[in-house]
Design a protein around this ligand. Structure first.
Ligand SMILES: Nc1ncnc2c1ncn2[C@@H]1O[C@H](COP(=O)(O)OP(=O)(O)OP(=O)(O)O)[C@@H](O)[C@H]1O
Length: 247
């Protein structure tokens, strides 16, 4: 349901399913003088695509870490789907993380494994059957445009191709939520455009996408929801936003 102070236009709330919900969330690190997040309220629904923007130090990484329970809030509640993440016992954190795919600026592929094995590994560690793996890995590699490169090692791929492998790995288990932390940060504008088309394609399958970025061009060209943090505070939440207000 909409939170109070929501400045976006009203939606048809009837079929709204919340995937991310932060309720009055503050996070203070022990060694830091100001809170990294300060009474943040935000909700992202099933199938939405949202950019998380803000200057360096504004709290974007902290926001993502709270969703994964890499960090816990100092106060407030963090929900992913129906799960109250901040109350989740440690033994159930792996289960939470199975519902969240992650993509990073530096790809984080296993360098000794080829493309197929990198993606298959994500399923092996959660106990999927071999027959299932053999079926879904080629499907997802085809989806990301790497069907012919499944035997290549990461160092035999371009940066854009490596990011496609990382996206395939994050998506192969059909997560509820895909978190992308500066996924185009190491890529040139044209390659970045291809990665955005792919994230858009994934979003169209119903996966909620939250992407932290500093890339003005991408935010301005996509015209999707923009959630902006400054010094830990939510300062803007706008549908079809651009990077800078008034551009
Ligand atoms: N582990 C930590 N211990 C202490 N302070 C931290 C820690 N992690 C982050 N901070 C502080 O919290 C604030 C928010 O940091 P955060 O990394 O969430 O920002 P960010 O928006 O992701 O920045 P960037 O765009 O540079 O990645 C900053 O002031 C940072 O110095």
């Amino acid at each position: 349901m909409p939170t109070s102070g929501d400045r976006r236009r009203p939606r048809a709330w009837l079929h709204w399913l919340s995937v991310i919900r932060l309720v009055n969330v503050s996070k203070s690190y022990k060694t830091s003088t100001r809170p990294a997040l300060d009474k943040v309220n935000v909700e992202v629904g099933k199938g939405e695509f949202a950019f998380l923007i803000g200057p360096s130090g504004s709290g974007k990484s902290t926001f993502l870490k709270l969703l994964l329970k890499d960090e816990v809030p100092s106060s407030g509640d963090v929900f992913v789907g129906d799960t109250r993440v901040n109350r989740l016992p440690g033994r159930r954190v792996p289960q939470l993380r199975q519902t969240i795919g992650c993509v990073f600026q530096d790809f984080r592929l296993l360098q000794q494994k080829n493309v197929y094995e990198n993606v298959a590994f994500a399923l092996e560690v959660i106990g999927k059957r071999e027959a299932n793996i053999k079926q879904v890995v080629p499907e997802v590699l085809d989806m990301v445009g790497l069907a012919g490169k499944s035997h290549r090692l990461p160092h035999e791929l371009s940066g854009g191709e490596q990011q496609r492998v990382a996206i395939a790995r994050a998506f192969v288990n059909r997560p509820l939520l895909l978190l992308a932390d500066e996924p185009t940060g190491n890529l040139d504008p044209e390659t970045s455009g291809g990665i955005m088309l792919l994230l858009d394609k994934i979003n169209r399958t119903g996966t909620t996408v939250l992407m932290a970025t500093h890339d003005h061009e991408i935010v301005d060209s996509m015209r999707r929801r923009v959630v902006e943090l400054q010094l830990g505070r939510l300062v803007r939440d706008e549908e079809r936003g651009v990077y800078g207000v008034g551009r």
